[in-house]
Design a protein around this ligand. Structure first.
Ligand code: HEM
Length: 500
């Protein structure tokens, strides 16, 4: 080679080496050692919130993991969550999509997994203003009251015989019936197809919660085809779709039959009626098709049923484990209600101890233990560099038990909320069972109305004990892995005395 060319080549190489050496290094959060291909996946157990908490104790409240080759930031303190869900909420407003969520939620036409954008903004406002506004939640009062009365009647029959009641089962059927009546205008638990649909819904949640290796390690995506996972997802998606199509068709047929009759009273409309109105009416500025209706209904059923029953299950579990708290709640209820039996919404407003019990339950047992977001662009968080499309997981469960925010964090002490104003509305980041920011839960009021009413009725109307020979400290607290964390074993209790 000509010496001049050699000289030029040397100069160019030196230039690039110098540029590389001076390139600003990215500052990344601390990270546990990882394995090739798997990254840190092998360090996660089925109870992911617990594994993340113990890793966080060593690597800090903002740490970097790798799920396969995918970088994932883990957020486990109130300060770090504030940066994600408040300071930089818009940048973290996207949800990471997977093949499973795309297939199950109509190519992400729903609210909870849809990417941030015009479509999602419009659906979320429909959800907040029309489906789950406080006026609408109040209009479903009669449904909650009727279904709570059914539950109380079932418990009364057990009370007479002294047999233990499976409270977990009763809570699941109550929350299913309440949501189905609000969403569809009727219960489906008494129909064979309805029962099958509820089983499908549970399977759907299980699939969404499964860590499918192929999502994080693309070269292993064939495993999901070979082990039947993809087929299961397709089958559940098709069967759920067939049921929702049938429900929508029933509503359209009813409308045809009542042709000419006056418009339905707005205060008794159900979610399908409201969404069908938007679907047919082009003046609302929101254009939705039938798949969007199905996806939204599915979101509400999947997001609202299991979570609410888990909150009830953990609430009663903690009360049975803490007889003093149960007694305090009973005294509050009986003191305010005197001899009255009916627990109305106005009466519930005065129940400070009840509200404290619910907050303490959701602090220790948030039904959804962590939420995932995705960075829409490069950003600095707490001085660390986070690249666009990085997944961010906020561990709601660990934040609720963080000793930096809570005194004696592992103890069930409702009294702590009697003297502090911390609430779960998304403004106090040490308590975020419903998430926060743009992607926060729109169903908080709907869920709380059921949780408070049911707990108040059970505690006011009955005296409770654990099944024979069991002491409160014997009650196991094992968790069942899943998107929503329930008790591993159903909660059985005995209603020993009935006051009506
Ligand atoms: C105790 C009961 C409930 C709990 C603990 C709960 C919790 C949550 C959480 C943690 C999120 C994610 C928030 C985030 O990413 O920041 C969420 C989202 C959502 N929830 Fe709930 N939820 C409950 C009840 C309900 C109910 C009753 C409904 C509807 C009737 C509902 C509908 C939704 C929807 C549609 C979303 C998606 C919001 C979005 O992506 O913008 N939830 N919920």
């Amino acid at each position: 080679m000509h010496p001049f060319l050699l000289y030029l080549l040397g100069l160019i190489s030196l230039y690039f080496i110098a540029k590389w050496l001076h390139k600003p290094r990215k500052k990344l959060p601390a990270s546990p050692p990882k394995l090739p291909i798997l990254g840190n996946l092998h360090q996660l157990s089925a109870l992911t919130h617990r594994s993340l908490q113990s890793l966080g104790r060593k690597y800090g409240p903002l740490m970097l993991l790798h799920f396969g080759s995918r970088p994932v930031i883990i957020v486990q303190s109130a300060d770090a969550a504030t940066e994600i869900m408040k300071t930089n909420d818009l940048i973290f407003a996207d949800k990471p999509g997977t093949r499973t969520t795309r297939r199950l939620f109509y190519d992400m036409k729903d609210i909870s997994v849809a990417p941030y954008g015009e479509y999602w903004r419009k659906l979320k406002s429909v959800c907040i203003l029309q489906l789950l506004s406080s006026k609408r939640v109040q209009s479903f009062n009669f449904i909650r009251e009727e279904e709570t009365a059914v539950l109380v009647k079932k418990i009364k029959s057990h009370c007479r015989s002294g047999s233990p009641v499976n409270l977990s089962e009763l809570f699941t059927s109550l929350t299913n019936d309440v949501i189905c009546r609000a969403a569809f205008g009727r219960k489906y638990s008494d129909r064979e197809d309805g029962k099958k649909f509820l089983m499908l819904l549970m399977e759907e949640l299980q699939l969404v919660g499964s860590v499918s290796i192929g999502e994080f390690i693309p070269c292993l995506s064939w495993i999901n085809r070979v082990n039947g996972f993809d087929n299961r997802v397709d089958k559940v998606a098709d069967e759920v779709d067939a049921f929702l199509e049938m429900v929508i068709q029933e509503h359209l047929n009813e409308e045809l039959q009542s042709c000419g009759a006056a418009d339905q009273d707005e205060s008794t409309e159900n979610f399908v009626d409201i969404l069908l109105k938007i679907y047919k009416d082009n003046n609302t500025g929101v254009s939705i098709d039938k798949d969007s209706i199905k996806a939204i209904i599915l979101d509400i059923l999947a997001g609202g049923t299991d979570t609410t029953s888990a909150a009830l299950e953990w609430g009663m579990t903690e009360l049975l484990r803490h007889p003093m708290a149960l007694k305090n709640l009973q005294n509050e209820l009986r003191g305010i209600l005197k001899d009255k039996q009916d627990i109305t919404e106005n009466v519930l407003l005065k129940m400070n101890y009840l509200k404290a019990v619910v907050k303490e339950t959701l602090r220790l047992h948030p039904p959804i233990t962590f939420v995932a977001r995705e960075a829409r662009e490069d950003i600095k968080v707490m001085g660390y560099d986070i690249g666009a499309r990085t997944m961010v997981i906020t561990n709601i469960w660990a934040i609720g038990r963080d000793p930096a925010s809570w005194d004696e964090p592992e103890k069930f002490k409702p009294e702590r909320f009697l003297t502090c104003s911390v609430d779960f509305k998304g403004l106090d980041f040490q308590l975020i069972p419903f998430g926060a920011g743009r992607r926060g839960c729109p169903g908080t009021a709907f869920a709380m109305a059921s949780v408070e009413l049911v707990l108040a009725n059970l505690v006011q109307k009955f005296e409770w004990e654990l099944p024979k020979g069991m002491e409160s400290e014997d009650l196991d607290m094992e968790e069942q892995p899943g998107v929503t964390i329930h008790r591993k074993n159903p909660l059985f209790a005995v209603a020993t005395h009935c006051y009506f």
